[in-house]
Design a protein around this ligand. Structure first.
Ligand code: SF4
Length: 436
């Protein structure tokens, strides 16, 4: 049996698939458009909305068709689990949830019979979607094959928190790999670049032991994510955290009740205790339910308060704004959004202080515009009709982002195809609950 594997995007994201293959005792070979049809079974890992467009382009260019058995195509991963109806229109089988303990049985049955009766498999047209499979994490470690090569090891799965926009806690229970099980992997990472990761790794109940062991074995820990309460857990000069709401009011509404004062205190403490310049990335979400101009005034005030602090002269701030993507398995799955809201301009004015300066260095970041938001909403909400839209898109659109000036017209053109397939903008934006 020849098994192929297809992973889009960053190399480090293939940890899940490699873990499943390792537990199943299987070997899979990376495929290209030219080689994929030589496999018996093709495993596709789908992490985010773009992978659905990338998969359509890949299938188109490789000449592979679902249902032909050359090869049988099985998709899994976070996006496949969240939106199996649309994904199943491109592949033969969609695995729902964690595949760690199940991939072996699924691949065997598919290879031998072209069928799959596994309880966590979804096929297009099935009457219902199975609940996600839930498997315990393990201390399995992979080495990414980018130039530097980083060892990656999962230390916990799921999350103790339940933020309204995030699906993690609703897809899987919170489970940890014990320090005793991790110790060997930490020793193997001695002197190497590594990432011992989890959705919120500093919340691991044995984090202090893990951190001490990473230090003791001289591991080059690349992890720089932390919740605001845990910024002090980061040793280096770089940290990334999610504030999400642009105001206290919005943060409270989504389950991250961080006050502006708390932001000032924790950020100030982090920057002041670094040896050199502190580089801080903060993630925000625009278009949360209830957002109005007072929330934008709030974030302007917060940026101004930071600028008044002496410590901010040693700060490089990289704020990132992502407009809300309402996802299945989240409390905000039916939230209304405004795909054409001019968040790019609003954000740029804030970061440039309307032509002035904040008194500390800001790294400018781009914001998803109407094209990215349209393409995302088609995947998150479009179901089988969304697949028909994607199959009608030109390869040029599937390939990637057009130049900035063409993006809004492209979004409008895609929405025209959506309307032909019964998906109206009102539906994608959540004001209408059913596809026509
Ligand atoms: S956003 Fe972070 S803290 Fe909130 S539920 Fe998701 S993983 Fe947990």
């Amino acid at each position: 049996m020849i098994i192929g594997k297809l992973v889009f995007g960053k190399d480090g994201l293939n940890h899940g698939l490699e873990l499943c293959l390792s537990k199943a005792g299987l070997t899979a070979h990376p495929v290209t458009e030219a080689t994929a049809s030589g496999c018996d079974v093709l495993l596709v890992s789908m992490f985010w909305y773009r992978n659905v467009y990338e998969l359509e382009l890949f299938l188109r260019n490789s000449g592979i068709k679902k249902g032909s058995g050359r090869p049988w195509i099985i998709a899994g991963g976070m996006q496949a689990t969240m939106t199996p109806e649309i994904v199943s229109e491109f592949v033969d089988f969609v695995f729902i949830g964690d595949g760690d303990d199940h991939l072996g049985a699924v691949v065997k049955e598919v290879f031998e019979s072209g069928q799959c009766t596994h309880p966590h498999i979804y096929r297009s047209g099935d009457a219902s979607v199975p609940d996600p499979a839930m498997c315990a994490p393990s201390a399995y470690m992979i080495r990414t094959n980018d130039d530097a090569g980083t060892l990656r090891c999962e230390i916990a799965r799921g999350c103790k928190f339940k933020c309204a926009f995030c699906c993690i806690a609703n897809l899987k229970p919170y489970r940890e790999v014990s320090f005793a099980d991790l110790e060997d992997s930490i020793k193997k990472a001695s002197g190497k670049r590594c990432s011992f990761f989890a959705p919120e790794r500093a919340c691991h109940s044995e984090w202090s032991k893990i951190k001490a062991a990473l230090k003791k074995h001289n591991c080059h820990d690349m992890g720089q994510d932390a919740r605001l309460e845990h910024l002090g857990e980061i040793d280096g000069g770089m940290v990334t955290f999610g504030l999400e709401g642009i105001s206290e009011k919005l943060r409270r509404s989504i389950g991250k009740p961080f006050s502006d004062q708390m932001v000032m205190d924790r950020l100030g403490e982090f920057v002041s205790t670094r040896k050199n310049i502190a580089r801080v990335s903060i993630y925000f979400i625009a278009n949360l339910p209830g957002e109005d101009e007072s929330d934008w005034e709030n974030i302007w005030e917060l940026f101004g308060r930071i600028g008044k602090e002496e410590w901010s002269r040693r700060l490089v701030l990289c704020p990132v704004l992502n407009p809300l993507s309402p996802k299945p398995f989240t409390r905000l799955k039916e939230a209304e959004i405004d795909i054409f809201a001019p968040y790019g301009d609003k954000w740029s004015r804030l970061l440039r202080r309307d032509g002035g300066q904040w008194g500390y260095r800001i790294v400018e970041t781009l914001v998803w515009g109407p094209l990215e938001r349209t393409m995302d909403a088609i995947v998150q909400r479009g179901k089988t009709s969304g697949a028909r839209v994607i199959k009608r898109l030109s390869s040029k659109i599937l390939k990637g982002m057009p130049p900035s000036k063409d993006r809004v017209p492209t979004a409008r053109a895609i929405l025209g195809i959506c309307a032909n397939e019964g998906i109206h903008l009102d539906y994608l934006e959540g004001r209408r609950k059913d596809i026509a």
